[in-house]
Design a binder for this molecule. Structure first.
Ligand SMILES: NC(=O)c1ccc[n+]([C@@H]2O[C@H](COP(=O)([O-])OP(=O)(O)OC[C@H]3O[C@@H](n4cnc5c(N)ncnc54)[C@H](OP(=O)(O)O)[C@@H]3O)[C@@H](O)[C@H]2O)c1
Length: 212
């Protein structure tokens, strides 16, 4: 994929991997639209768990060539039976239904043009599990499933990927590893690997689960 001149949307771009990726894509010559719940310099307000906010974002940005569905939340580690249902809902509302809302807003344009790349952020915990991480694991397994199903439906030329960024030193990692993040990849290095992966993407990659 040639990145220069492409329009890209990165959700969850106020910090962590999303912020670093938005900056790296700008450096590659992309026109980057960054969104998050926290509005700020160069970041548009959009809580992906609120369908009306996703519709407003789509109306404001128009279609994009590259969609990075990066926004997600995590919980404090705890056994499945101890996590309140409201916390399960909070995770599914952002990590799964929020991602679906964004895909519903942007993939139809990609289908109409027969071009576009949608990257859905997955995790090692979308392909394996650990104790005390059930809600987050369940959302990321859902991301893998919906990405592969969507890949079966998109127009020829459109690419849907589930992307595992690895273990990256962010607020989210600090929460799930209870602060033990020494040795994790810096977000900027993760973003550089992401850009390298995007440069190599071809239509034949549609439906792949990718590790950075
Ligand atoms: N860090 C890792 O090691 C790791 C490993 C595997 C997978 N991942 C995945 O990589 C992605 C980025 O993770 P990260 O570590 O960078 O997390 P992070 O540091 O916690 O950042 C998450 C980003 O998502 C935004 N966000 C959260 N809820 C949102 C919502 N409802 N609507 C819009 N934006 C929302 C946050 O901004 P606001 O609070 O301003 O909205 C923030 O910009 C996630 O999908 C995560 O599951 C990360």
């Amino acid at each position: 994929m040639t990145l220069r001149g492409k329009r890209a949307l990165v959700t969850g771009a106020s910090r962590g991997i999303g912020k670093a990726l938005a900056e790296a894509l700008r450096a590659e010559g992309c026109e980057v639209l960054a969104a998050a719940r926290t509005e700020g310099r160069g970041v548009l307000r959009c809580d992906v768990s609120v369908p009306e906010e996703v519709e407003r974002l789509r109306a404001r940005t128009g279609p994009v060539d590259l969609l990075v569905n990066n926004a997600a939340v995590i919980h404090e580690p705890a056994p499945l039976v101890d996590v309140p249902l409201a916390e399960w809902r909070r995770l599914f509302d952002t990590n799964v239904l929020g991602m679906v809302a964004v895909l519903k807003a942007y993939v139809p344009d990609m289908n109409a043009r027969g071009a576009g790349v949608a990257c859905n952020l997955s995790s090692t915990w979308g392909r394996s599990v650990d104790a005390r991480q059930a809600p987050y694991c369940a959302t990321k397994w859902a991301v893998e499933g919906l990405s592969r199903a969507l890949a079966e439906e998109v127009a020829e030329g459109v690419v849907v990927l589930a992307v595992n960024p690895g273990v990256v030193a962010t607020d989210m990692l600090a929460t799930c590893l209870e602060g033990a993040i020494a040795g994790a990849t810096p977000p900027e290095a993760c973003a550089a690997a992401f850009v390298g992966m995007l440069r190599r993407v071809t239509p034949a990659w549609n439906g792949r689960s990718v590790d950075l």
